[in-house]
Design a protein around this ligand. Structure first.
Ligand SMILES: Nc1ncnc2c1ncn2[C@@H]1O[C@H](COP(=O)(O)OP(=O)(O)OP(=O)(O)O)[C@@H](O)[C@H]1O
Ligand SMILES: [Mg+2]
Length: 216
């Protein structure tokens, strides 16, 4: 396997004196997808949020470019490269197109570049036909693909997906998987949480199970 993009070491998290994560190490590789399974309450979401910089660990270090840093000092500089997607993605009222373009408002693209970039993304995701539709009126599976595309267009190095397939039928899962496989082939590092460990053929490269605060 290639060099890891990021290595999180010694993650500890305590909520109200309960150790949710105990000395967890996890390496993220470019172009690889990790499945994180575990029972309800085992700490999957907490771990993703610590990786995303959305939850503060009790202790953790991050290694990249051959150096080790405290979580606190490193996360500020790497946070921009990491996107966390909630199970029920929050879509804005408005069209699919406007949802996909949303994150790009904070970049330096001019209007024409922005339009082209959104068009390319919608085609990439097979969403061109619904570009003008109100995002919130679409099926759950299509809404999830809109959320993936809104993330993809920002070109993060790491994409963290919390139970992305939970409410999808088989066809929607296959379409979502297809997008995720293409993201992997473009070098993105993906972490998915799921209860269902055999859902996603050909997508998962590494499987960890979280129990008693430890990864196996
Ligand atoms: N902000 C918080 N304050 C206190 N306890 C919390 C907080 N967030 C999570 N917990 C507790 O930490 C444990 C792990 O929660 P977490 O949401 O990470 O689990 P999970 O594996 O994602 O569960 P699920 O499969 O239900 O999504 C649970 O016992 C939860 O109640
Ligand atoms: Mg969770």
């Amino acid at each position: 396997m290639s060099e890891p993009l990021l290595v999180f070491r010694g993650i500890e998290k305590t909520f109200a004196e309960t150790n949710i994560l105990r000395n967890v190490d996890i390496s993220l590789y470019p172009g690889k997808c990790i499945l994180l399974s575990g029972n309800n309450g085992s700490g999957k979401t907490t771990l993703l949020k610590i990786i995303a910089g959305l939850e503060t660990p009790s202790r953790a270090e991050i290694e990249f470019s051959g150096k080790s840093h405290s979580w606190k000092s490193a996360i500020r500089s790497i946070r921009r490269e990491i996107i966390y997607l909630h199970q029920q993605p929050y879509l804005l009222s408005g069209t699919v197109e406007s949802n996909v373009s949303y994150g790009l408002r904070f970049t330096h693209l001019n209007r024409k570049q922005l339009r082209e970039s959104v068009k390319e993304a919608l085609e990439w995701a097979g969403l061109a036909d619904v570009a003008k539709q109100q995002a919130k009126t679409l099926s759950g599976g299509v809404q999830q693909r809109v959320a993936f595309t809104r993330a993809w267009i920002l070109k993060p190095k790491v994409l963290l997906l919390d139970e992305p397939m939970a409410n999808m039928d088989i066809e929607s899962r296959e379409q979502a998987c297809d997008l995720l496989k293409r993201m992997k082939s473009e070098g993105m590092s993906i972490v998915i949480t799921s209860h269902d460990t055999n859902i996603i053929d050909g997508l998962i490269d590494i499987h960890f199970s979280l129990s008693d605060g430890k990864l196996d």
